[in-house]
Design a protein around this ligand. Structure first.
Ligand code: OAD
Length: 244
């Protein structure tokens, strides 16, 4: 069985990580959409770093939830599997099911990784902030440039290598299932990838308590929280492949 899974902030909601557009998304009354931008970083790097550092701390203190674990189980059973996550947290990578975790080559973080710190100018990047901190701002040990979180900001190019990994997976063969979990599907490429995955009569399943711009394309709508619905859905998929 070939499965594509696409996740958004909703899959981490039950681990206590706020979504972007949900009611708990704001930080100090600031809209994430206004903080996660190159302009915001240019204008006030200290404020943007404070936001990312708080998010890193919150993620470090959180645990993967049953939705993350069900996705590991799905990957263990599926013959071919790829997870494309818009989330910059490491909950998918930390999730375990019966001692299994998701191999890195099965995870695409299309919006980057919040635990990466990289130079705004040269290509130096690291997984921690041991770089020189000047006035609370990490500086590049190579070129002294201002370091930034290794995430994609609004208006920035998606990592080409990660896009290529998704395209390669989709070009290889059609999927039996595309599960789209916990995302408003705000970005067209998310809908495009989901539709391409099920091109030859696969099943497109949306798991989200609310309607999204992907809903009208889905063959199955599961209007429940991911941590509740996914363990059941994964068992259903393997109890009676390929129809739900
Ligand atoms: P959003 O905040 O836009 O959407 C979260 C989605 O999760 C909504 O559709 C909710 O209904 C749903 N949701 C909430 N709780 C849920 C739960 N327990 N189970 C299942 N679904 C639940 O977050 P994303 O769609 O991930 O990009 O946002 C996509 C991108 O927009 C983010 O990666 C970020 C943002 O700008 C960048 O930063 C580049």
């Amino acid at each position: 069985m070939r499965v594509l899974v696409i996740t958004g902030a909703g899959v981490s909601a039950e681990s206590g990580i706020p979504t972007f557009r949900g009611k708990d998304g704001y930080w100090r009354n600031l809209d994430p959409a206004k903080l996660a931008t190159p302009t915001a970083f240019q204008n006030d790097p200290k404020l943007v770093w404070e936001w990312y550092r708080e998010r890193r701390e919150r993620i470090r203190k959180s645990e993967p939830n049953p939705a993350h674990q069900a996705i590991v189980k799905l990957a263990a059973y599926a013959r071919e599997f790829l997870l494309v996550t818009q989330n910059v947290d490491d909950l998918h990578a930390r999730a375990e099911w019966e001692g299994n975790t998701l191999a890195r080559e099965k995870i695409v973080q299309i919006h980057g990784d919040i635990f990466i710190t990289r130079c705004s100018y040269c290509d130096l990047s690291s997984r921690n902030e041991r770089d020189k901190e000047v006035g609370g701002l990490p500086r590049c040990p190579e070129c002294d440039g201002l370091m930034r979180p290794g995430v994609v900001w609004f208006g920035e190019q998606l990592p080409l290598g990660e896009i290529q990994r998704v395209e390669n997976f989709l070009d290889e063969n059609a999927c039996d299932f595309a599960l789209v979990i916990g995302t408003t599907a705000t970005f067209g490429y998310i809908i495009d990838w989901a539709l391409r995955a099920i091109a030859s009569n696969g099943e497109l399943v949306e798991v989200n308590p609310e309607e999204t711009s992907l809903s009208r394309f889905a063959t199955h709508l599961i209007r429940e929280r991911a941590a509740v619905a996914l363990p059941r859905l994964v068992d259903q998929i393997f109890a009676q492949p390929p129809k739900l």
